[in-house]
Ligand binder design. Structure first.
Ligand code: MN
Length: 253
């Protein structure tokens, strides 16, 4: 199996090395990742020239990678549509330092890179690790992610599969829950910085307003590993019939 590994925390991020270690249990791995930190980049792409650089990442296990001066989605696009001779069978994105649950999925470069793969016909899994007050330790996550990926592959992945996996902060998850993405509103506020000469606002707060109990946010915070299958199609399918029954026919005469 040919696997493309990417992330949004950048090519030198420890989570990327961890995900590469996961991926190499399953096939031939190519790493194409942003050369700088791109968290919150969402699904942005670069329309001007995209510079790539061949590099060697020195970690516990060093590896070759292609660093892209661009966004996470750029990495997947330039890999599949330019760099690689053949498309990969699977794209893995992460392991992100920080959960990507609820509406944060929309801001996430990690999830966007996976979504880009699915848009190009390649199944993809995004992995994120909840982060608390201490620096994240990705090493225990390697085994957990490997087990989850083995099960996903065993079940069979189709080109439309876009899977968002979040690991709890503590080492041993209480269990695994297949759950929906929460729509709970963010508690973020913007506050004027005292430290800046300029009028600078900083995000304060964090967290969400009362997420439903059966959602990714709630179960991850309770210590479960959550798996949420996502759609690239953002149509509100439940609205189609309702709106089609409405009075549009006469509008344009
Ligand atoms: Mn990130």
């Amino acid at each position: 199996m040919k696997i493309l590994v990417t992330n949004d925390d950048g090519v030198t991020a420890p989570g990327l090395a961890a995900l590469r270690a996961v991926a190499k249990n399953f096939g031939d791995v190519t790493v194409v990742a942003p050369d700088s930190h791109q968290s919150g980049a969402s699904h942005a792409i670069t329309l001007s020239g995209l510079t790539v650089r061949r590099t060697r990442v020195e970690r516990d296990e060093s590896f070759d990678a292609i660093a892209v001066e661009g966004r996470p989605a750029d990495c997947v696009r330039v890999a599949i549509l330019g760099l690689l001779d053949d498309p990969p069978d699977l794209v893995l994105s992460g392991i992100n330092a920080g959960a990507n649950v609820g509406i944060h999925v929309f801001y996430s470069g990690t999830v966007a890179a996976a979504a880009e793969a699915v848009m190009l016909g390649v199944p993809a899994v995004a992995f994120s690790l909840a982060v608390g007050s201490t620096p994240p330790d990705f090493r225990p996550a390697i085994e957990t992610c490997s087990k989850v990926l083995a099960r996903l592959i065993e079940r069979g992945l189709s080109p439309s599969d876009l899977i968002n996996v979040n690991l709890p902060e503590r080492r041993a998850a209480k269990g695994i829950r297949i759950v929906r993405q929460s729509r709970a509103r963010s508690r973020d506020r913007y506050r004027l910085s005292n430290a800046s000469e300029r009028e600078e606002y900083l995000i304060k707060g964090g967290g969400f307003h009362a997420p439903s109990r059966d959602t990714d946010i709630a179960l991850l915070s309770k210590g479960y590993l959550t798996i949420t299958p996502l759609h690239v199609d953002r149509t509100a399918h439940d609205k189609l019939d309702e709106w089609n029954g409405d009075h549009w026919a006469d509008l344009l005469g």
